[in-house]
Ligand binder design. Structure first.
Ligand SMILES: Cc1ncc(COP(=O)(O)O)c(C=O)c1O
Length: 330
């Protein structure tokens, strides 16, 4: 099992702090997600139906008709490696580790690629996986750059996979609205910006042939009726989306400023999280956990990711903890 954010129960046991007393900043999930209304009882009784409101809402939101709904983008991450012959697959480090794990498990040859050397490395790769913006570094690639790399890979039958889990709120950087092309695979999540990680809904945007092969692997009823019902409403709520994009950007800047003023200037980030690379990352992680604040530690890269506090009392708690003498001295 790979490490992930959100393991609050584990932290509660480890630090002897009751579950209810934690401030969870360990994920990049919007803490003020789309407000799910009371649900009709039939949501729990009915099987999912492919011709409900979900796909029209998704076509409109992603500006693309060639998409497949999946049970969270994680479901797509697990299936994609099964749809290619053994390949040389490039991925950055640090990056959401489930990609590398899935490709490795399926027997592909993994190569860690340096963000500054992608152009050169493409010569030896069949598949390149990029998270845009990257989780956890926040690095963002331009559309044109990605399309150029896709062209190179596609020219030799390769794939470019762009995981856009954190791109909502900055659609000008997304590839989702462009006409689909062979070998270009875009992943979207309803978990992060919409704060609906629990409903397990995401999308793959690509050419129909690949989507059909994925659908075949995933089988019927991959997403529950209830999840489809909620996701369809959230994707159609453009008023909430506009207000949220604005507010998350402001909160991202506020978090960056707070960390900088506390002596922990982020090395990168986006609206939903900030990322700090530091030799003392592990000590900062433990010091905050002793205050009941859970962040996400990346041991390999000695770095720490902070998600957004959800309300003023949470901001106050983080501010207080960061100003404690034991934190300042680290
Ligand atoms: C970059 C990235 N992609 C995909 C996922 C999977 O998210 P979901 O399955 O909820 O869409 C995550 C989850 O943390 C992530 O960080």
């Amino acid at each position: 099992m790979l490490e992930h954010g959100g393991r609050l129960r584990q932290a509660a046991r480890k630090y002897g702090i009751p579950l209810a007393d934690w401030l969870d900043l360990s994920t990049g999930i919007n803490p003020n997600g789309w407000p799910v209304p009371a649900l009709p009882a039939e949501c729990w009784q009915r099987l999912p139906e492919d011709d409900d409101e979900l796909l029209p809402a998704a076509h409109h939101y992603y500006q693309n008709e060639s998409l497949l709904a999946v049970a969270g983008s994680q479901a797509a991450i697990q299936v994609l490696p099964l749809l290619r012959p053994k390949s040389r697959v490039g991925i950055l480090n640090p990056a959401y580790a489930e990609h590398a794990a899935a490709w490795q498990k399926a027997g592909h040859q993994m190569m860690t690629v340096d963000a500054d050397k992608i152009e050169v490395e493409l010569a030896v790769l069949d598949v390149l996986i990029l998270i845009n913006p990257n989780n956890p570094t926040g690095k963002l690639w331009s559309r044109q750059q990605l399309l150029d790399w896709h062209q190179t890979l596609n020219g030799k039958g390769g794939w470019l996979i762009v995981d856009e889990a954190f791109i909502d709120g900055m659609p000008e950087h997304s590839l989702s609205s462009l006409p689909v092309q062979k070998g270009l695979i875009i992943l979207r999540s309803v978990g992060k910006f919409f704060g609906l990680a629990g409903i397990r809904c995401g999308f793959v945007i690509s050419e129909h042939k690949l989507l059909d092969a994925m659908a075949e692997r995933l089988g019927p009823w991959a997403i529950s009726h209830t999840s489809r019902y909620i996701a369809a409403m959230a994707l159609a709520d453009s008023k909430w989306q506009r207000a949220t994009a604005f507010s998350l950007n402001r909160q991202g800047q506020r978090l960056q400023k707070l960390l900088t003023e506390s002596g922990w200037q982020p090395n990168g980030g986006c609206a939903l999280f900030q990322w700090i690379e530091h030799t003392n990352a592990v000590n900062v992680y433990h010091a905050l956990a002793r205050h009941g604040i859970l962040t996400r530690l990346f041991n390999d890269s000695s770095s720490l990711r902070f998600g957004l506090p959800g309300d003023e009392s949470a901001w106050w708690r983080l501010t207080q903890a960061l100003s404690q003498p034991n934190m300042v001295a680290l």
